[in-house]
Design a protein around this ligand. Structure first.
Ligand code: 13P
Ligand code: SF4
Length: 328
């Protein structure tokens, strides 16, 4: 099927899908796709999920090769957790503005200002930043990770300002310092845009990713106007399945709408901002997945000294919070 449209796959697409399936068997490969990937990429994947779920799938898999259909830091994470597997990314240029918002040098300088602090890095960071951190977290378990830390120790949380501010509010922790980085896609989902969409759809529920520029305003909306939930992308999928509401305004990258609509045919999902498209996630195509499997490229391998230091914070991330939680 051409899954963006629901129409049968074109001859070219069907041929690519058949080639990918064959190569996957030959290479003993597992294809993992993030919830923001293009529809056909999500549909060819063996598993789709949020950043935490992808890390867990990678860790549990017995496949020899992992094809990470996502952005570079996700492939690095898989490589750190699974050093014995070959981790491939179909396009190594698939980066992340948020991961670029904090360099290892910047983190070192920040740590020097707060020598007693515990460092919590969002998974959207380079392997080198993870190697300087005590804990990693994703949007699905950021609150749980911070709650696991001694309340008397200061916490340095980076690089996402909106997520960090949300975690500070929910935990009520006065000693949490937040780095001023942002994802350009989520930061552009402004409060005004979200409120306009909510006003156009009375009776809808509002699903907000905590990286969004509208998170604070969403939580301040009166419940009689809209019920707002702050969730990771897998959290939104679970919530939408279980809620009795039939209309949802969705504040996150548009790729998530593919699964939301496919899994909930009787419900309507409306973007809070039509322009919320991550150009990096859309760089992965069926053709590039076929090429990755055929030519065994592009392998992502984290240098051993960095890998060894980044492993503990990532293992802590994967271990904290049950996978079926609704909200963060
Ligand atoms: P999650 O899918 O983990 O919520 O992450 C969102 C994101 O922006 C990944 O880059
Ligand atoms: Fe990075 Fe934002 Fe794209 Fe996620 S949506 S990969 S945080 S740029």
């Amino acid at each position: 099927m051409a899954l963006e449209t629901g129409l049968p796959a074109t001859g070219e697409e069907a041929r690519l899908i058949a080639e990918i399936q064959e190569l996957k068997r030959e290479r003993d490969a597992l294809i993992l796709a993030h919830n923001y990937e293009l529809g056909p990429v999500q549909d060819i994947a063996d598993a789709t999920g949020d950043s935490l779920a992808l890390a867990r799938y990678a860790q549990k898999s017995s496949a020899r090769t992992l094809v990470m259909c996502g952005v570079y830091f996700m492939a690095e994470t898989a490589s750190i957790l699974c050093p014995d597997k070959t981790v491939l990314i179909p396009d190594p240029e698939a980066g992340c503005t948020l991961a670029d918002a904090m360099t290892p040098e910047q983190l070192l300088a920040w740590k020097a200002e707060y020598p007693d602090a515990v460092v919590v890095s969002y998974v959207n960071t380079s392997a080198a930043v993870k190697a300087l951190s005590d804990y990693c977290c994703t949007s699905a378990n950021a609150v749980d990770v911070v709650r696991a830390i001694d309340p008397d120790r200061p916490v340095l949380f980076g690089p996402d300002f909106f997520l960090g501010s949300y975690v500070a509010r929910v935990t009520g922790r006065p000693n949490l310092h937040v780095w001023p980085g942002e994802c350009h896609v989520h930061a552009a989902i402004l409060p005004e845009k979200m409120e306009e969409e909510v006003a156009r759809n009375p009776g809808s529920e509002l699903l907000v990713h905590p990286e969004c520029g509208c998170t604070t305003r969403a939580l301040a909306l009166p419940p009689r106007k809209v019920a707002a939930r702050v969730l990771s992308t897998d959290g939104m999928l679970r919530y939408a399945r279980e809620s009795s509401a039939t209309t949802f305004v969705v504040a996150t990258e548009l790729g998530l709408l593919h699964r939301l609509r496919k899994e909930n045919p009787g419900k309507a999902f409306l973007p809070a901002h039509e322009g919320a498209v991550c150009p990096f996630m859309k760089m992965i195509t069926l053709e590039k997945i076929r090429d990755a499997l055929r030519d065994n490229r592009y392998e992502v391998r984290v240098p051993d000294d960095i890998r060894q230091r980044a492993l503990l914070p990532l293992e802590r991330m994967v271990a904290i919070s049950p996978p079926q939680r609704h909200d963060i």
